[in-house]
Ligand binder design. Structure first.
Ligand SMILES: [Zn+2]
Length: 334
């Protein structure tokens, strides 16, 4: 989590952060392999990640009377609820929110640009090499020539040569028309596709863990908290050795921290599912609002539908939709 915050402040894009996490085989909060931009956004805006600080500012629990009292900065000796290290500091969290605003402003102007220059940037950071996993870069061949051609090429191949990755380049036109065909296939099979998407979402939602594990964790946390209270009581009555007290407090606090992390993960998992449902609803809406098949490549549709394209060969691409669904596009005669 800290890494995500740090890399964002270092100027990395959501996609670059996601790619880095995938490259280093770091599992998502749901235990999956794919990091979406949206999971990064979620983490960067979720105040749970510094929530501990917020609570600490306002509330201290008095374990003897069970009363919550305002913490006016006086001694915090029995502040058990919030004695764990916050995952990110308030300073970093605030810095990230500022940076997000700055980038949003910047993006406003970039988006206007890319509209003007049509599809030049549409494929950027969305095309990946099926051989080595690296990103594909846009290159122009014979740029001063009437026969100029725009191709996408594996970054590993460009930087390190054929020995490192021998993926062939792909003509931009070919990728564009592959998307047009894919979209039209989706459009023409709209009813069936929507049915499938809905079924997928339903099974994803029904396979969700539900409230039980969460309640279980909360129960365990309650237990630990009352154990901690008990310790405090014993200590106050001088019925406990200092060293034992310190050790036990540390042990119970650690356990509590671990449970807190698990709880966070479960909650994130639910958030993630809601997000996927949103994406699918968007796709369905898009298909329903469309009046006709597509005749030429469309930036807006591409962006709204496609998470990434994996190039398996110059004639075989895999489009991963934002719903998570993958569709093969194979070019038979070129
Ligand atoms: Zn490659």
């Amino acid at each position: 989590m800290r890494r995500i915050y740090e890399e964002y402040l270092d100027g990395k894009s959501y996609q670059a952060i996601a790619r880095g996490l995938m490259r280093d085989k770091i599992k998502t909060v749901t235990g999956g392999d794919t990091w979406w931009d949206s999971s990064i956004t979620l983490i960067l805006t979720n105040e749970k990640y510094y929530g501990a600080l917020l609570q600490q500012k306002t509330v201290t629990v008095d374990f003897l009377t069970h009363k919550r009292i305002r913490n006016k900065g006086q001694e915090q000796q029995y502040l058990i609820e919030d004695n764990h290290e916050p995952i990110v500091s308030k300073e970093i969290f605030d810095a990230v929110q500022k940076e997000k605003e700055r980038r949003a402003k910047l993006k406003g102007s970039v988006m206007r640009e890319s509209k003007r220059y049509s599809s030049k940037y549409a494929l950027s950071s969305k095309v990946y090499c099926g051989c080595c996993g690296a990103i594909f870069k846009r290159r122009t061949w014979n740029s001063n020539n009437p026969s100029k051609k725009v191709v996408w090429q594996c970054k590993t191949y460009v930087n390190e040569g054929k020995a490192a990755c021998d993926a062939k380049s792909v003509d931009e036109q070919v990728l564009h028309s592959a998307f047009v065909r894919l979209f039209n296939r989706m459009y023409e099979n709209k009813e069936r596709l929507i049915k499938t998407l809905k079924a997928n979402i339903e099974s994803a939602l029904s396979s969700r863990v539900g409230q039980e594990p969460l309640l279980d964790i909360e129960g365990q946390m309650q237990q630990l908290k009352s154990d901690l209270k008990e310790l405090v009581n014993l200590k106050l009555r001088n019925q406990m050795d200092e060293t034992v007290y310190d050790e036990e407090t540390a042990r119970l606090s650690n356990e509590l921290n671990e449970l807190r992390q698990q709880k966070l993960i479960l909650e994130q998992e639910e958030d993630q599912k809601a997000k996927i449902k949103e994406r699918v609803d968007e796709i369905i809406q898009l298909l329903n609002s469309r009046q006709d098949i597509l005749e030429q490549f469309d930036d807006y549709l591409f962006n709204a539908l496609v998470e990434k394209i994996t190039i398996l060969s110059p004639a075989h691409f895999v489009f991963t939709l934002k719903s998570g669904m993958s569709i093969d596009e194979i070019i038979e005669d070129q």
